[in-house]
Design a protein around this ligand. Structure first.
Ligand code: FAD
Ligand code: EPU
Length: 338
């Protein structure tokens, strides 16, 4: 365990916002984590947990403790004819885990290659990309209850996964800290290449025989062509969720805006591309000094260096208001505002 006082969190958030925390603790042992959480809880405090800091926007200094989750370990725990169950420490880097799966010829997470962040944060918003969500490979997780320090196990239904959502973002918010996630991976791949540009990408790179690695590489290339690399430009991926509206509301919008992209969601609902709405409203590439809307992906807000979280947050509010005025749709932020 390492403790630091009055430290800048700039290296610990992909937006690159330079704010400070009164205390930063790097924790690599589960018992240490439980002890800290309980003593803080009893003192009426709620330390902020950070993995890769790739889905947060800091708008103020943190006048308390930030815990950097560094619980490591990847362990095969059981297998049957078709599957292997792998338990992964919450502090493992998500993409490194994906690469580990590819190395071990285990399928299921390849479409989610190159998503930044930690394994422990992945269930928080049921991460997803290119037609696959975490819930499709999720078996269970372990989490420490802040109030008691006890470890609880959550299976797939208990996590209440939805689009960019789970119980940990709704009615169990701030109650638990995830310490490990167990995945049920496939020995035989079921390739999912129908989404977006994957097939086109495989074809243009001359791939004739599909493999887990080929799909992963294609996803990586597509992502690198669309999304800014946080090492170069501060960002947290999609700033807003794609709004889900009724089929009737979508039909009305489509009658006015014939090119509006929509995808089937749950029965009677359509998911609309927020990037398209923001793009059409004229925000794409708009720059206000050292921050703005990314030039290739309107759903991504960026910090070119030195912006404050408040500036980025205010920009997001202006976009929300404008989209509501122009399309009658209420966008919801995906990024966690702190
Ligand atoms: P953090 O930002 O550290 O934390 C996110 C939230 O989870 C915070 O509220 C934090 O307090 C909480 N938290 C973190 N760890 C724990 C824990 N162990 N227990 C309890 N709470 C915890 N997301 C997608 O779904 N799909 C994408 O395709 C995608 N692409 C992205 C591309 C880029 C370039 C970037 C920068 C981000 C992208 N994201 C995407 C968002 C982000 O990568 C994911 O949300 C990721 O899971 C966040 O992980 P993290 O460790 O960085 O979380
Ligand atoms: N579009 C535009 N203009 C833009 C951006 C997008 O017109 O500036 C249109 C595209 O042409 C396309 C549609 O919007 O028709 C969807 O765009 P894209 O395929 O890029 O996906 P997205 O909906 O913007 C979502 C996720 C991403 C995920 C990709 C791939 C959300 C909020 N975002 O983006 O996740 O990687 O699909 O599956 O669901 C994240 O959550 O941080 C994230 C990056």
């Amino acid at each position: 365990m390492q403790c630091f006082s009055n430290v800048s969190l700039k290296p610990f958030n992909t937006f690159g916002i330079d704010i400070s925390a009164k205390e930063l603790i790097k924790v690599s042992k589960q018992d240490d984590l439980a002890e800290i959480l309980v003593s803080e809880y009893q003192a009426g405090r709620m330390p902020l947990i950070i993995g890769g800091g790739s889905n947060v926007l800091f708008t103020r200094d943190v006048d308390g403790m930030v815990i950097l989750n560094q619980l490591r370990g990847i362990e095969k725990i059981k297998e049957d004819k078709d599957h292997i169950w792998v338990k992964v420490g919450a502090g493992e880097v998500w993409h490194e885990f994906v690469l580990w799966c590819i190395d071990h010829n285990l399928a299921g997470v390849e479409n989610m290659s190159l998503i930044p962040g930690s394994v422990g944060a992945a269930p928080m918003q049921n991460i997803g990309a290119y037609g696959v969500e975490l819930k499709s490979v999720f078996s269970s997780l372990e989490a420490i209850e802040r109030a008691s320090g006890k470890t609880h196990k959550f299976d797939n239904p208990t996590c209440e996964f939805g689009y960019r959502s789970s119980i940990f973002k709704t009615h169990a918010k701030n109650q638990f800290v995830i310490t490990s996630v167990t995945f049920k991976l496939n020995k035989q791949p079921f390739f999912n290449t129908s989404y977006g540009a994957i097939e086109q990408e495989l074809e243009s790179s001359g791939i004739r025989e599909l493999s887990i690695k080929a799909v992963s590489d294609a996803v990586i290339r597509i992502r690198q062509s669309k999304l800014p690399d946080p090492e170069e430009i501060g960002n947290a991926g999609s700033f807003f969720k794609n709004p889900v509206i009724t089929n009737a509301a979508y039909k009305e919008l489509k009658a006015i805006h014939s090119t509006i992209p929509g995808y089937p969601a749950s029965k009677g609902y359509t998911k609309v591309a927020a990037g398209w709405l923001i793009d059409q409203a004229g925000w794409k590439g708009r720059t206000l000094g050292n921050y703005g809307v990314h030039k290739r992906q309107a759903l991504v807000l960026v910090n070119y260096g030195g912006a404050t979280g408040k500036q980025v947050f205010d920009l997001s509010t202006d976009i929300l208001t404008d989209i509501h005025q122009k399309f009658g749709i209420e966008l919801e932020r995906e990024v966690n505002i702190i």
